[in-house]
Write a protein that binds this ligand. Structure first.
Ligand SMILES: Nc1ncnc2c1ncn2[C@@H]1O[C@H](COP(=O)(O)OP(=O)(O)OP(=O)(O)O)[C@@H](O)[C@H]1O
Ligand SMILES: [Mg+2]
Length: 463
């Protein structure tokens, strides 16, 4: 049977009427005029049959097609997105078969709705991740058009929405790559490029992406900011070169002088002089290696602080006393002034002693003979502080930011002559931070330098 339920019912109806009519004639010959089948009486009877049958038929058709029509309308509204879910659909199912159909439809709808929620959730999750990723992501379709670009990519690559194709973007970034080769050639699958945009070093990787059936769908471009890594790498290289250089200088002297001594024919005074130089250079190397080992212990967190409560003013005073001879040699006036007696500090006493020695010895080294170096001790808020002030050569503003870097020296030659390696302040900084203190340097060229260190006065629970 083809066509609509209604048409089919009509045909069945007509057949039924004819069958019923014939049966009635056969069975009830008395009621119906069998001599003349088309008599007025028979025709009226037939019309009554047809009428009753049509009424019954229409009721039946309505019972079946009306709910089906409503259900269909409802389904269309759902599929067109006009409503979110089928409404009052259960009400139409008066007949068992229709009810079963509605139930089946409803459970199918629930499954579809759940899958669609899952899909939407998944999509929005992916979108949120993409948008908040530190790495840039750009997706191109097979026609080389940008189909997605996240905020990080726009920022890192300094692009705007006018850059909407693979060619425009790669041209702007000065990367020469063939889109189709990335997408179709297996040995072209991953392409990396390193570029610099707006002071940032970027690592860019191009990868093709595929549909389930492994049909290429486009190319994804991943952008990673590797500025920090590049900086660290440069620092590492610089560090190795600095260490080699610092070791090479004293080694060259030791080698030269020892070879001269080995050749003999030297006066006692010369031997004395050369031995002294060798000893100084060896000491210098010893200090350098000790400082490097100390820094490496900080790096590997192998330093355990022996924190205790102690008097900062007493410690500062004793350091000044110890360094007086050194200061006197350069004609400096070194004194310790306790501005306000601070409460005891909680720190590693030996480490803080090294810190004060380091800072005061810098002042002694970098202040022309006959200078004034003062160590002030006091407290502000709940912190104790000490401040070393000198009237020496000072540090240019441009160098102040880098002064705590390993091997950083304003004037390499001057520092080396003074026996320095440029590691002192980097060790000081590690020590202060390890003891929960702070360090700050203020300086003016040819006027002097002020180094301020604060230390906690309360026992902390940190190690
Ligand atoms: N009080 C100061 N006055 C002027 N310059 C200073 C002063 N303190 C430090 N500097 C500058 O900072 C640089 C770094 O100091 P740091 O103590 O780290 O190294 P150093 O003194 O050269 O060597 P080291 O301390 O390892 O023997 C010094 O080379 C110097 O140029
Ligand atoms: Mg120093």
């Amino acid at each position: 049977m083809k066509g609509s339920i209604k048409a089919n019912f009509r045909i069945v109806n007509i057949l039924m009427v004819v069958i019923v009519y014939i049966t009635t004639i056969a069975l009830y010959g008395k009621v119906i005029d069998t001599n003349n089948i088309f008599s007025i009486k028979n025709i009226i009877l037939l019309l009554i049959f047809i009428f009753i049958s049509f009424v019954l038929n229409s009721i039946l058709i309505k019972m079946i097609t009306f709910p089906l029509k409503r259900i269909e309308k409802n389904m269309r509204m759902v599929s067109n997105g006009k409503v979110n879910e089928p409404k009052h659909i259960e009400e139409y199912g008066k007949l068992k078969e229709i009810r079963d159909f509605v139930d089946a439809y409803m459970s199918m709808f629930e499954v579809i709705q759940k899958n669609s929620f899952d899909l939407t959730g998944q999509q929005s999750k992916t979108e949120i991740i993409l948008e908040h990723m530190a790495d840039g992501v750009v997706a191109f379709n097979v026609s080389h058009q940008v189909i997605h670009i996240n905020k990080s990519a726009l920022r890192l690559l300094a692009l705007d929405s006018t850059y909407d194709t693979f060619e425009k973007i790669t041209k702007r970034l000065k990367i020469s790559l063939d889109f189709d080769k990335i997408m179709y050639l297996p040995n072209y699958k991953t392409i990396e490029a390193k570029i610099t945009v707006g002071g940032n070093s970027l690592n860019i990787v191009f990868v093709p992406f595929f549909s389930d059936k492994l049909t290429p769908m486009g190319v994804i471009m991943m952008v990673r900011n590797i500025t920090e890594n590049v900086k660290l790498d440069n620092l590492r290289k610089e560090f190795v070169s600095n260490v080699s250089h610092e070791l090479k200088t004293p080694l060259t002297s030791i080698k030269g002088y020892s070879e001269t001594m080995m050749n003999g024919d030297l006066t006692y005074a010369e031997v004395q002089k050369f031995s002294k130089v060798i000893n100084q250079e060896a000491n210098r190397m010893d200090r350098l290696v000790a400082d490097l080992l100390q820094l490496s212990r900080f790096d590997y967190k192998k330093v355990s602080w022996k924190k205790m409560m102690f008097s900062l003013d007493d410690l500062a005073q004793s350091v000044c006393d110890k360094m007086k001879i050194q200061a006197d040699q350069k004609g400096h006036k070194l004194e310790c002034i306790v501005s306000s007696k601070p409460p005891q500090v909680y720190a590693d006493r030996d480490a803080i002693e090294r810190v004060i020695i380091n800072i005061v010895s810098n002042s002694i080294k970098y202040t022309p003979d006959g200078g004034v170096i003062t160590v002030y001790v006091g407290y502000v808020n709940s912190n104790a502080y000490f401040k070393v002030v000198d009237n020496g050569i000072g540090i240019p503003a441009k160098d102040l930011d880098r002064i705590f870097e390993r091997f950083y020296r304003v004037d390499k030659a001057r520092s080396r002559k003074a026996g320095g390696t440029g590691l002192g302040l980097s060790i000081v900084k590690e020590m202060i931070e390890g003891n929960n203190g702070t360090i700050e340097i203020k300086s003016q060229v040819n006027k002097g330098t002020e180094v301020i260190v604060t230390l906690p006065t309360k026992i902390d629970t940190k190690k």
